[in-house]
Design a protein around this ligand. Sequence first.
Ligand SMILES: Cc1cc2nc3c(=O)[nH]c(=O)nc-3n(C[C@H](O)[C@H](O)[C@H](O)COP(=O)(O)O)c2cc1C
Length: 226
Amino acid sequence: MLSFGDPTPFVRVVRDAGALLILQVTSLDEARQAVELGADVLVAQGGEAGGHGGRQGRSTFSFVPVVADLAAPTPVLAAGGIADGRGLAAALALGAAGALVGTRFQATLETLADSSVAAAIIAGSGEDTERSTVLDIARGVPWPARYPARALRHPFVERWQGREGQLAADEEAKRAYRQGVESGELPRDPVWASEAIDLITDLRPAADLVVDLAAEAAATLARLRS
Ligand SMILES: Cc1cc2nc3c(=O)[nH]c(=O)nc-3n(C[C@H](O)[C@H](O)[C@H](O)COP(=O)(O)O)c2cc1C
């Protein structure tokens, strides 16, 4: 699965390995390119998603159906803001073949993230999240500016949001960020988190979560049918 950038140079590598080619897209231009490259599956990612995403931050609700129409008959997965079975049922209603769920899995027993991350996600609300390039600039991570990331709000982000160009040129501010992390005043790592974290209220085994998501989606669809 490839995201965030031109996948063209990697298509051959994926094909030669005998793997399916899954391309995550954040705009219609990226969706058209994914279809032209012959992707087996597209992931249509809306701006509600945790972690990096397209600058325009298309809403999952309006982006998924248009990508589903554009890519048909290639299957499309919906991503961004789906954390329970209702969201999965909605994704199916929008024309997706399924969902790619990210943030929800950070609050599972198998997560590779620090336990503080799951705790912060369980305690947080979507309104505590912000899309920004500030943390990438502060950490010196060379992400293209066209892919900001949604994370739990952070005092440093609030200070520099809207002044990213200034931050990039301000070595003193970046040093202050590093010192803040070292002293424990600022969190060590950004907590990448979805706008859907209001729906994440417990830590569960991942296998149980998958079963619960499917059962809840089936119950939702049955309720709608009746
Ligand atoms: C902690 C975290 C790390 C992520 N890392 C990547 C990544 O390395 N590559 C990628 O394509 N997407 C990454 N994503 C984005 C997911 O592919 C997906 O689009 C997103 O999690 C879906 O939205 P949701 O978080 O609302 O479920 C990441 C998301 C999270 C929450």
